[in-house]
Design a protein around this ligand. Structure first.
Ligand code: KG4
Ligand code: ZN
Length: 362
């Protein structure tokens, strides 16, 4: 069942961003009516990483007013909504519960359907916020908790093609920033430093490039970065060189695996579209490399604008709207999930264990 127009409030609280947005979907056309994001970078800065209990408490403090502001900005009133969507996992469980409970309360009070969204589905569909990206497409999802290739054939139809066997790529950016004592958010800090550095100055490994398939590994790279950081005095120049070399290694790994993924996809479909999404897709060096790789392979390339790469409410509202338009809603007793793979069938057939920020990098 496809409805003509659906307008959905989306809530995101799975990690350290509290976000709310209103998205309208009309026959496949997307309009972001409003969006608000509050980052918790400052609240966690002292601890060198996201502290789950603090994250959950700050979501509780900020969410009500963010939702009110997003609704005010949208200018449609509560009666203008067709449903309420929230991230129901995967993520830090306290935060996920905060957002999901808020969504349930609004849904109950307003008599609206609830849509429990998989955060990874939000990222997977996010390129459709800004561009008309038609199914099917090849997805490279790169974020703080996940790193995987998937074949996206439609809403709810995702096949995992390969993924990291250890750390997520965003985690490697965050660890590198921490090792080098860079201030601010990890990924953007490494990217900023890298601008001043020489990408060939430090010899770093490109794990698993010699191996068939689309699995990736970043833990060896992380160890090599630590060794490089301890080897010589960390002058500003050395620091910038390490960042530039690290970023180049990541870009090499992801570009090579993407080229392979596009070859595989070419055998399955004539539709040649490659998208990347997730926080690390905000990295400009990486975007440029992936775009070049896509064009070399004869693929169209899409990556969301930077604000929709990192966690945001618009992608959750869109995923909710896409599901609602197909009649997919969830009961009010739906539970929050710390772990929730995008492709549940592949994940249970061949589980990948890891201990990242968000658990299984399924
Ligand atoms: O998608 P996201 O906001 O949250 C998760 O779902 O995990 O991704 C956050 C990750 C963090 O590891 C962050 O360091 C990384 O994305 N990131 C970046 C950049 N901006 C954010 N990594 C590299 N370059 C960037 N510009
Ligand atoms: Zn995310």
């Amino acid at each position: 069942m496809m409805q003509g127009t659906v307008t959905v409030l989306g809530i995101e609280t799975s990690c350290d961003e509290t976000a709310a947005a209103v998205v309208r979907l009309t026959e496949g056309r997307v309009e972001v009516l409003s969006e608000r994001v509050a980052s918790q970078i400052e609240e966690h800065a002292l601890y060198g990483g996201v502290v789950p209990e603090i994250a959950a408490r700050v979501h509780v403090e900020k969410l009500d007013s963010l939702v009110k502001m997003a609704m005010y900005d949208a200018g449609i009133g509560w009666d203008g909504l067709s449903g309420i969507a929230a991230t129901a996992g995967p993520g830090l469980i306290g935060g996920v519960m905060t957002g999901l409970s808020t969504a349930k309360a609004i849904a109950l009070a307003r008599g609206l359907p609830l849509i429990a969204v998989n955060h990874l589905e939000g990222h997977a569909l996010s390129p459709r916020l800004a561009n008309e990206v038609n199914f099917p497409y090849l997805l490279l999802l790169v974020s703080g908790g996940h790193c995987q290739f998937a074949f996206v054939e439609g809403v709810g139809r995702y096949t995992r093609l390969g993924s990291t066997i250890d750390d997520a790529v965003g985690e490697a950016f965050d660890k590198t920033a921490k090792l080098l004592a860079l201030s601010g958010a990890g990924g953007p800090a490494v990217e900023r430093e890298a601008l001043q550095g020489d990408p060939e100055a430090v010899d770093l490994p490109r794990p698993l490039l010699d191996r068939q398939g689309l699995d990736m590994s970043f833990s060896g790279l992380k160890t090599a970065v630590r060794r490089a950081a301890e080897e010589k005095t960390l002058t500003p120049k050395r620091c910038a060189d390490i960042c530039a070399s690290f970023q180049a290694a990541v870009a090499d790994i992801l570009a090579a695996k993407s080229a392979r993924a596009m070859e595989i996809i070419s055998e399955r479909t004539d539709r040649r579209t490659f998208v990347t999404a997730g926080g690390v897709a905000a990295n400009k060096t990486l975007r440029a490399r992936l775009e070049a790789e896509a064009h070399r392979a004869g693929f169209h390339f899409f990556a969301p604008p930077l604000r929709w790469c990192t966690d945001n409410g618009a992608m959750i509202a869109l995923a909710g709207a896409e599901r609602l338009a197909r009649g997919l809603t969830d009961p009010l007793d739906t539970a929050a999930r710390a772990r929730w793979p995008l492709d549940e069938a592949s994940a249970s057939a061949a589980p990948i264990y890891g201990a990242g920020k968000k658990g299984a990098k399924a």
